[in-house]
Ligand binder design. Structure first.
Ligand code: GLN
Length: 176
């Protein structure tokens, strides 16, 4: 049976994630209301603009329902802006968001859009060739707490992928 994967569909890279999930034979739920969370096996919080998604999470009254599901064990993957929204500590996000993962994140850590880049990245737990990771106004994970595993770093030591229990955060855009 294929998995039912939710994509938080408020703003950002929703269609791109859906396109990849379709090739993986997953069923897709665009999550916009609490009821959309009922039958999903996993949730993707896409890249986009974390300030915009944070505002919409509040407006759509989704913060508590999503937090409860994740705390109850729902697997979640926050990519780029999604990683920012999962972090317990963020530099310069203008309002609180989900704040679930023991990571400290700095937004726009590489500068503006023109400093976006691609990088061949080896990720802990994924054998074989490195992944072509795309960083677009990406955050850096500055620090992880005890119980949070670092899965990938850049040469200078910047953490760009981390896992804590059922929560995964990546600075880059795997769907691109
Ligand atoms: N710079 C964006 C933010 O702070 C994230 C960019 C992205 O998701 N590609 O939300």
């Amino acid at each position: 049976m294929s998995l039912q994967i939710g994509i938080l569909a408020l703003q950002g890279d929703v269609a791109e994630h859906a396109g990849i999930l379709a090739t993986l034979d997953a069923q897709i739920t665009n999550v916009r209301r609490e009821a959309d969370l009922a039958d999903i096996d996993g949730l993707i919080i896409p890249g986009g603009e974390s300030t915009a998604i944070a505002r919409l999470l509040i407006a759509y009254e989704l913060i508590s329902p999503i937090k409860e599901k994740i705390l109850a064990g729902l697997p979640v993957w926050g990519t780029c802006a999604g990683a920012i929204l999962l972090a317990k500590e963020v530099t310069n996000l203008d309002r609180p968001s989900l704040q679930l993962m023991d990571i400290r994140v700095t937004r726009n850590a590489f500068g503006s859009q023109i400093y976006s880049f691609e990088k061949q990245l080896q990720i802990e737990g994924i054998d074989g060739d490195p992944l072509n990771a795309i960083f677009i106004r990406a955050p850096i994970i500055e620090n992880v707490g005890i119980g949070t595993q670092v899965l990938a770093t850049l040469e200078r030591g910047a953490i760009v992928a981390a896992k804590q229990g059922n929560m995964l955060a990546t600075s880059f855009h795997p769907e691109l």
